[in-house]
Structure formats: C-alpha cells, structure tokens
Design a protein around this ligand. Structure first.
Ligand code: DP6
Length: 340
C-alpha cells in the first residue's frame, strides 16, 4: 500500500491591482497584481493513502471540519480530469493558519494554494517528475482566483495584460523587482477595524460585476492601473505607486457601493484611517499609502525608510485612539515553502 506525504506553507497575498469579476472557469475579467505576505500564511500537510475508494478527512487547527471537507471534496470532483490519480487514494489533510480566523484576513488564497502545492507535490512523487508551479497556480486558481498569485512570490501578476507578453488568465506569473526597489521590503500593517466575517462573500462580490453599469469603465481603469503600477515600480516612484494603490482600493469599493444590490463595507473608522494617511502623506512627506480588500480593514503600506515613524504614528493615533482594535504587522514575503 502506497503512502505519500507533503507539507507546505503558503502565504496570503494582498492585491494592489484587484481581481474583481470573473468569467468561465474562474478566469479574471482584468489583470491583477499582488504581493505575498510573510506572517499571514497557511500550513497544510496531506497524507495520501492508497485506497479502493476516494475520501477526505479534513482537520482544521486540530479539529475535524466537515464544512471545509465538503468544500475541498467539491473542488476535487470539479478537477476530476486534472487529478485522475487522486481517486485511488484516501486523503488526510491537516491545515492551520498563522493568523486568527477573526481578523477578516481572507484565508482562501493561502489555504487553496497550500493544498494544491501538497497535491501536485504528491502527484510529482508518484510520477517521478518535478513540481510545475504554473500547474499549481492554475489548480489553485480554480480553488480560489486570488490563490493563483500566492503560489508565485514575492510579487506576481495574474490575467492577460498588455505589459507582459507571457501573462495568462490561467495562472499567475512571478514579477521580480530591482534589488534597490522600495518594494523589496514594503511593509503592510493591517488595521483591524472589524473582525467579523465579511458581509459579502467573494462569489456574490464578483458577480456584482455582471451587468454593472460601470462595467466597461472598471475594466478600462483596472488595465490602466495595472500598466501605471508596473511603470511606477520600474521607475521606483513611490508617489505614482501610491496613487494606483489607493485608486484601485477605492475603485473596488465604488463598484460595490454602486452595484445592485449595493454594499457599503467601509466603516466610519476605515474612513478616519484613510484621512489620517492622507494627512501624513501631505504634512510629513512619508512614503505611506493604503489598499483595502472587500472588507472594512485598511492595509497600510509603507517603505522601510519610514518604518519607525509610520509604526509610531499607527500605534499612537490609530490603536491607542481605538480607531482600530488590533494591528497585524506584516510585510512582503518570499512565497510558498516546502516544509516536509
Ligand atoms: C477583493 O480570490 O477570494 O480580494 O475566486 O471567488 O475565490 P474567488 O475570489 P477571491 O477574490 C479576491 C478579491 C479581492 C481582490 C484580489 O485579491 O485580487
């Protein structure tokens, strides 16, 4: 009886140009760009035991979890043609996150990418081949769109675009910045304004793009922002980078606010944080900006150059003033890592 094992850690990622809206089998409507994080990650191990019938036992943070088990089983049946070998095995999957579930940090990117890294690793052991990361990214994408990017660290883009001829809707591609780029040690401090589950699921969120009256304008703007972001990075121009990050975050929320049904996910404290950042940019000339996912928490992005000053400001004017109730300090990370 064959028993094969793999353990991987895979990071969460934060999009600077947002994937918003999908077509076909989880293909993006526009190109997106993101950075992997260092501290916010999922660690997953899979044990595949040869068996006459397929089945999954799923343990999340040590406890059997039937909800996640059903979700993964469904995904695996969807991928029947991609992973035919899997039906000769029983899988024991153990998964844990390094960030608390209650922080509102999306775990689908890190968890789906960690799972497919393990499965493709086991497949490679069976076939005696090396792991094809493009294939991992593609399968992770089918698990959750943003998971395609977690496979490719530290930075990656996903979705056919005009800038990179090698770009694809199927999988993400690594982007390597210059050694002296401000991006190589960009920080992300996540201001937890609210830690309850997001009030719009990603399935509902993406579907808001269908028949949206600003559909064309959003696609045009996302493509322009993608191009402008890459130019800003290549020119090492933090100001231009900052303009794109903020415009993308606010465009995403504008799309949600003006969709039918409409969602307002920003809270009064989210706006307060944005206002403070704008004041510090203007008055203190700091390299600081922000991005936001589909929730109320603000990701404050800042360069290593201004790290001490920014973190002091965040602690004194945001945490102490109770504008947020927790700050998770994270930074750009290398991407996934094989543990066993
Ligand atoms: C706002 O990847 O969570 O975070 O493909 O339905 O699983 P599914 O969606 P998901 O969407 C992420 C949306 C976003 C922007 C982004 O990460 O690009």
């Amino acid at each position: 009886m064959k028993i094969l094992k793999a353990t991987w850690e895979s990071p969460s990622n934060i999009a600077l140009v947002k994937y918003w809206g999908k077509k076909g089998n989880q293909l993006p409507l526009n190109p997106s760009f993101s950075m992997c994080l260092t501290n916010s990650k999922t660690i997953t191990s899979v044990e595949a035991i040869e068996s006459k019938s397929f089945g999954i036992d799923f343990y999340f943070e040590g406890q059997e979890n039937l909800k996640f088990k059903d979700k993964i089983e469904k995904k695996i049946y969807e991928l029947e043609n991609e992973l035919p070998w899997i039906f000769n095995f029983k899988l024991i999957i153990r998964s844990q996150n390094t960030f608390p579930h209650s922080t509102g940090i999306a775990s689908s990117a890190s968890s789906m990418s960690a799972l497919f890294l393990c499965l493709v690793d086991i497949e490679s052991q069976l076939n005696g081949t090396i792991i094809d990361l493009n294939r991992v990214s593609k399968l992770s994408r089918i698990g959750s769109g943003s998971a395609s990017r977690s496979v490719m660290g530290p930075l990656s883009h996903w979705g056919k675009n005009e800038v990179f001829t090698s770009s694809s809707d199927d999988y993400a591609t690594i982007f390597t910045p210059d050694k002296d780029s401000f991006l190589t040690d960009l920080h992300d401090a996540i201001m937890i304004v609210e830690s309850t589950e997001k009030s719009v699921s990603s399935t509902v969120g993406h579907s808001l793009m269908n028949n949206h009256r600003h559909f064309e304008s959003r696609i045009k703007n996302a493509n322009k922002n993608f191009k402008d972001l890459i130019s800003a990075i290549l020119e090492n121009a933090f100001g231009a980078f900052s303009r794109v990050c903020e415009n993308e975050a606010l465009d995403l929320h504008a799309m949600m606010m003006t969709s039918d049904p409409s969602f307002i996910l920003l809270k009064p404290n989210s706006i307060k944080i944005i206002e403070l950042i704008r004041t510090w940019q203007k008055d203190l000339n700091l390299e600081i900006t922000f991005t936001i996912d589909a929730g109320p928490n603000i990701h404050v992005l800042y360069t290593n150059k201004d790290k001490e000053k920014v973190e002091q400001l965040l602690r004194v004017h945001i945490l102490k003033e109770k504008i947020c109730h927790e700050i998770i300090f994270d930074k750009i990370g290398k991407g996934p890592n094989k543990l066993l």
